[in-house]
Write a protein of this length. Structure first.
Length: 419
């Protein structure tokens, strides 16, 4: 080999390989015949009999909610759940207990202390020492991306995770404090930010990475549908996340007090079925507490009573029911007054007595026949007769001192004149 060839060979050996080259994989034959590794999950729906997982380990997820509705408390409670192995929000079992890094871009140290304290009290279990690391970053620049480049904070965070891991969960709250300037406006920038979140998985030891984000204004209106389109910003934020859940808060006036119903709905999952919504309320200090069955029933009643449309519908239904009762009574009176009355004559008399139309009269006659109050004969005449209520005898009095009661009393049959 010439001196020049040796020089170029050494230079090529010294040049670092592109990072993508390490991912090149020629599919081996066993991939076609051998079952793949079982997927590992962070959370499982405790309400699902199949025990299916819902938030996979080693993937990026997103939790979205309106500001001030409890998303930071929700991720703090998830932090405690993962660190202690206790259920999250009473609905999800933790399958991978482990260390958690909680990065809160809008909170200072004292506020994080308050949230951790309240979440731990709700869980009724204290995490092992050193299991949770918090980053209270209020007032600090913690942007992860600068255009197409990694920002200094992201470089530092990856290094810190690698030195102190492994972790089960890394929380980034909220996305707006850590994302680049164009993340919510440009799909390419949003994809770049999701890639930055994904870059935390390997150095953390395979943790799930959860970013919390805000919902858009449309999804915050009363009665709005909450789904994947509720997340604020461009679609790439949702598209790049493998698991997305949305929190919605409904304010209901009950007993002159405003109560809040908090619903956590799963909007997207790439690897599992969509879990059923979780209905919650605010507890002491703003913690999210699962509603009991009685609370849910009472809330549904209060919601119905507070809804103007529901009140109008109930009023219409009550008026309709009252009117039907009046026409039904006219049917019974007419048949009782003229046993064997034909269909045409009965319709005419019911119309005159109840002041209703022919369709309403026919419907009432059919209703009384179906209810077993009137019998209609077959044939052309179709005669109508009252069906007398069955008479049920009273039971014979219990013998006392060997003496039986005299005779047997019966209930008087109800009078149709009272109808």
């Amino acid at each position: 080999m010439s001196t020049a060839d040796e020089f170029y060979a050494q230079a090529q050996a010294a040049e670092p390989k592109p990072p993508w080259e390490s991912r090149v994989t020629v599919v081996p034959p066993e991939w076609y015949t051998t079952p793949p590794p079982t997927r590992q999950w962070l959370l499982r729906d405790a309400r699902n009999e199949s025990k299916e997982g819902i938030f996979p380990l080693g993937k990026v997820g997103l939790l979205a909610a309106a500001g001030g509705t409890g998303k930071t408390m929700a991720v703090t409670q998830l932090t405690i759940a993962v660190a202690t192995g206790t259920p999250w929000l009473g609905a999800f079992h933790v399958l991978k207990e482990g260390k958690v890094l909680l990065a809160l871009g809008e909170e200072d140290g004292q506020e994080v202390h308050r949230r951790i304290y309240r979440a731990a009290r709700e869980a009724k279990k204290e995490p092992p020492e050193g299991c949770i690391t918090v980053l209270p970053l209020a007032g600090m620049t913690c942007r992860m991306v600068d255009g197409d480049n990694d920002a200094p904070f992201l470089v530092w965070l990856r290094d810190y995770l690698k030195k102190t891991g492994p972790y089960g969960l890394v929380v980034i709250d909220p996305v707006s404090r850590f994302a680049g300037a164009d993340t919510e406006k440009d799909n390419a920038a949003a994809t770049r930010f999701v890639t930055a979140l994904e870059s935390l998985i390997e150095p953390s030891g395979g943790a799930s990475v959860l970013g919390s984000h805000h919902t858009n204004q449309t999804s915050r209106k009363d009665g709005a549908t909450v789904d994947a389109t509720s997340v604020r910003g461009v679609s790439a934020i949702v598209d790049g996340s493998r698991w997305v859940s949305v929190v919605q808060v409904e304010r209901i006036t009950k007993d002159d007090k405003v109560e809040s119903v908090v619903t956590l709905s799963m909007a997207k999952s790439n690897y599992s079925m969509i879990a059923a919504p979780v209905v919650l309320r605010y507890g002491d200090g703003g913690v999210l507490v699962p509603m009991t069955t009685d609370e849910r029933v009472a809330t549904a009643k209060a919601r119905d009573e507070a809804d103007p449309r529901a009140r109008r519908e109930r009023k219409r239904e009550d008026a309709k029911s009252t009117r039907n009762t009046e026409i039904d009574a006219a049917v019974l009176v007419c048949v009782q007054a003229a046993p064997g009355i034909g269909a045409t004559d009965l319709r005419t008399q019911v119309k005159a007595m109840a002041g209703c139309g022919p369709d309403a009269a026919d419907t009432a006659i059919a209703r009384m026949i179906q209810a077993g109050r009137v019998r209609r004969t077959e044939g052309k005449t179709k005669e109508h007769f009252i069906i007398e209520p069955a008479v049920t005898p009273k039971s014979e009095p219990t013998p006392m001192n060997g003496v039986h009661g005299v005779g047997m009393s019966v209930d008087d049959a109800p009078s149709l004149d009272d109808v």
